[in-house]
Design a protein around this ligand. Structure first.
Ligand code: ASP
Length: 450
């Protein structure tokens, strides 16, 4: 059923899932119109103010948003150094965005080191919030640039084949892009630098939410790119129950539409990593015939992953990708501010129940906002993916957790996660626990654990 947008319903853009496919294509067409003459729109958002709140470094995301807003005739207020903001005095993100969204600005772009921070901001601010990158989690507006560029270069997104290379673990741009490509029916081949494989939670979400067929196999094909490791193949709309991590020998890829290169996300590494063999692409590498029509993309900044000798090659499109960030962000701002309407259905809302954990399980991701910035005022919250044995997904950072025990909120009785009694408890009466110690300190377990 198509959901109608209420006139006063604010739209946020925190995850790439916050826009439906038709809406995304609508934004591409709008961006094309803006791009024809970037100077022709200076009265479209007159009087509107964009606040850019950046608690991490940024060049393109912040400047392209600021440029986009000014090209639409709006103006900017900026706070781009956490050290000089009240956060340094102990102010919470929730309070900061409540203030900024209360008459200071009409829309906020936030970049923050904690995964899920933009979701928090969207809940506390009265104005639309755009995620400009939340830790290693997502970077959905970079994905809009990436998809828009691919759409312009290849004329479509469905059915194309994209190779993701480098640091697939911490590159948030990769995670949002992988979700979007799966949704649009494109195929991915992942070539991670060893130790920096795409997170299991990302693959699981692609499988669970979009039925992507995810297969892991020995990587023997494009081995020139990386010191020989696994590849994960992700293809759309296939039966997927048994396929996660099936061992296969992948067929030789005949053609790759795009290589999406990423830099080593040094700032997020949890331990030292010998990066001397980190992959790099140069003109020599692209000589193979199957790369004849391959586009080379990068969210930038590049360090050494793409040789400067490639910059003049027409297949190198990373600077075009960055430039297109302006018209696509103009389109996004105009849409979220309600200045333009898109003739497209709203994205479907998940019908899965949500569990708020006031006493029980926590998110296991140390980088999750519920374990960091928000621990003072946020209860962990999870989507219930499966009843028995229980499987939950953090609504902030998307990590999946499997609680071992389920208690009843009234009787305080405790059951093993896979026990029939646990399944019979209504979702709103359940309390999930990691272990007996946690249950015990919350006063659960008075009856025998079944
Ligand atoms: N600029 C992108 C980001 O903020 C990519 C990168 O930094 O490597 O995630």
């Amino acid at each position: 059923m198509v959901r109608e947008r209420m006139d006063d319903e604010k739209r946020d853009f925190v995850s790439i899932d916050d826009l439906g496919n038709e809406e995304i294509l609508g934004l591409f067409r709008l961006a094309d119109a803006y791009d024809e003459d970037l100077r022709a729109w200076a009265s479209q958002c007159t009087g509107s103010i964009l606040a850019t709140l950046f608690f991490e470094p940024s060049t393109r995301t912040r400047l392209s948003f600021e440029s986009a807003m000014q090209r639409l005739g709006g103006s900017i207020i900026s706070a781009n150094d956490g050290e000089v903001m009240s956060a340094a005095k102990g102010e919470s993100l929730a309070d900061t965005v409540r203030v900024v969204g209360g008459r200071y600005a009409d829309i906020i772009v936030l970049r923050h080191p904690h995964e899920g921070a933009a979701r928090v901001a969207s809940r506390f601010a009265d104005v639309p919030v755009i995620n400009g990158g939340d830790g290693a989690h997502e970077h959905p507006t970079q994905t809009l640039c990436d998809l828009y560029t691919l759409w312009k270069e290849k004329g479509r997104i469905d059915g194309i084949e994209v190779l993701l290379a480098g640091d697939l673990k911490y590159s948030r741009t990769v995670h949002s892009l992988a979700y979007a490509l799966a949704r649009f029916g494109a195929s991915l081949v992942c070539v991670p630098f060893p130790g920096l494989e795409i997170p299991k939670s990302v693959l699981e979400r692609m499988q669970r939410d979009w039925g992507a067929d995810v297969t892991r196999g020995e990587f023997s094909d494009i081995s020139g790119l990386t010191p020989g490791k696994d590849a994960v193949y992700v293809t759309p709309h296939k039966p997927h129950q048994e396929s996660l991590f099936t061992q296969i020998t992948p067929p030789a890829r005949e053609k790759i539409d795009a290589i999406y290169m990423t830099r080593l996300q040094k700032e997020r590494l949890e331990r030292d990593l010998d990066s001397k063999d980190y992959p790099s692409i140069d003109s020599e590498f692209l000589k193979e015939t199957r790369f004849r029509d391959t586009r080379v993309m990068h969210p930038l900044p590049r360090v050494d992953e793409i040789s400067y000798d490639l910059d003049q090659d027409p297949r190198a499109i990373y600077f075009r990708q960055a430039a297109l960030g302006v018209p696509i962000r103009m389109a996004l701002l105009a849409f979220l501010l309600g200045v333009v309407k898109l003739d497209a259905p709203l994205p479907e809302r998940s019908s899965r129940p949500v569990y708020r954990s006031d006493a029980g399980i926590n998110c296991a991701n140390p980088a999750c906002v519920t374990n960091g910035e928000g621990h003072r005022y946020l209860a962990p919250e999870f989507t219930i993916l499966r009843d028995s044995p229980p499987l939950l997904r953090c609504v902030y950072c998307d990590l999946e957790v499997s609680p071992s025990l389920v208690g009843h909120v009234a009787s305080k009785k405790l059951h093993r996660g896979n026990a029939a009694e646990a399944k019979r408890i209504l979702p709103e009466r359940r309390v999930y626990f990691e272990d007996e110690g946690q249950a015990d300190s919350a006063g659960f377990g008075t009856g025998a654990t079944s």
